[in-house]
Design a protein around this ligand. Structure first.
Ligand code: DAH
Length: 351
């Protein structure tokens, strides 16, 4: 076969192999086979020098041209293959950016008691109070004695209170933190104390464990007017800007004078609801009791006098509210036990 015929044959086979290559790997194989060191065309090029002088020029030129032609064909095929591979990848990797990023993980929500506690905390933080917490297992001294309870007060009875030992108990209110806080910090003091409390009581409006928020403000010249203003602000923030409060005389061992605080009813007009019947929330009285309060009894200051609480220099007010009660009034919850049944149908309505 003449060298020219041989070149024709090489062109035919190499072009077929290049066209047939269906992947970059197959194309690389075709390149090695037809242009690699041991392939026919490079071999022929290396042998041009030993051809008869008359053929040398034309064969050399044709062989070189074929090599360039095949290299160009390889390059074209390579970019065709790359484009096709990219297109295929793009077609299968379709991303719809309008879909949610991932399946939506169901998020929990705050329990109504927690949400209400935070709401109350926010209001008092806004008024310059700080938030503190205290122990639920408490010494009788802080729960009763230091708060001026006399030794025969009925709340001390084992029928009312959970005792751990003779003088250690589950606190029956958050008020013991008044004494603890005053032992730790000299006046002025502006503090609220949210937390769990325990009593031996169980019915639709009492559970053995519930939550209170205690408040204590001690400074020079604190008056009942300051208590009135603070609690009016609180009542309006929770129950609406139209609310009024009233203070009714009451008795607590640790405040003098003591008051119970009512908020004006937000459920009725003059004690009657739309259909003309008596308002079930305020029982037609137009007032709803929300908490107990008063001016800190000087006897309480005597217990902490050595920590800087001179009753001749300082006065203070204190208050204590049931968190569940606030939540029940605000959200129309009728049974306290719903807070602790953990029924999602109830819990999911809030927070
Ligand atoms: N500790 C009282 C209770 O549990 C509530 C209370 C009343 C707290 C008057 C106070 C207060 O700080 O001044 O019934």
């Amino acid at each position: 076969m003449s060298a020219m015929d041989q070149l024709k044959q090489i062109r035919f086979e190499a072009q077929a192999a290049i066209e047939a290559a269906a992947s970059s790997a197959q194309l690389e194989q075709a390149r090695v086979e037809h242009l690699g060191r041991k392939a026919e065309l490079p071999n022929l090029l290396r042998g041009v020098a030993s051809l008869p002088p008359a053929e040398r020029g034309s064969v050399g030129k044709a062989a070189n041209q074929l090599r360039k032609e095949l290299e160009a064909a390889l390059e074209t095929r390579q970019s065709d293959l790359e484009r096709a591979e990219l297109d295929a990848r793009l077609a299968t990797d379709v991303v719809d950016v309008t879909l949610p990023a991932s399946p939506v993980v169901p998020v929990g929500r705050l329990h109504l008691v927690t949400a209400t506690r935070r709401e109350v905390e926010d209001i008092f933080l806004g008024l310059g109070f700080r938030v503190a917490e205290g122990p639920e297992v408490e010494h009788a001294y802080y729960n009763f004695d230091g708060l001026n309870f006399n030794s025969s007060h009925p709340a001390r009875l084992w029928t009312d209170t959970f005792y751990v030992s003779e003088d250690v108990l589950l606190r029956t209110h958050t008020s013991p933190m008044q004494v603890r806080a005053m032992e730790l910090h000299a006046p002025p003091l502006y503090l609220i104390i949210p937390g769990r409390v325990y009593r031996r009581d169980s019915d639709a409006t009492h559970t053995p464990q519930f939550h209170q928020v205690e408040g204590l403000a001690v400074d020079e010249d604190i008056t009942l007017g300051d208590l009135n203003g603070t609690l009016t602000t609180f009542a309006r923030a929770v129950f609406g800007d139209e609310r009024k409060i009233r203070l009714r005389p009451h008795f607590f061992p640790f405040t003098e004078p003591s008051v119970e605080v009512d908020v004006s009813c937000f459920n009725c007009r003059d004690g009657f609801v739309r259909d003309g019947s008596r308002c079930p929330l305020c029982k037609g009285t137009t007032w709803i009791e929300i908490l107990g309060a008063g001016m800190v009894d000087p006897n309480v200051f005597e217990y902490v006098r050595e920590f800087g609480y001179d009753p001749d220099r300082y006065t203070g007010f204190a208050f204590g509210m049931g968190l569940e009660r606030i939540a029940m009034l605000k959200h129309g919850v009728t049974d306290l036990r719903l807070f602790y049944d953990n029924d999602l149908r109830f819990l999911e309505q809030f927070g």
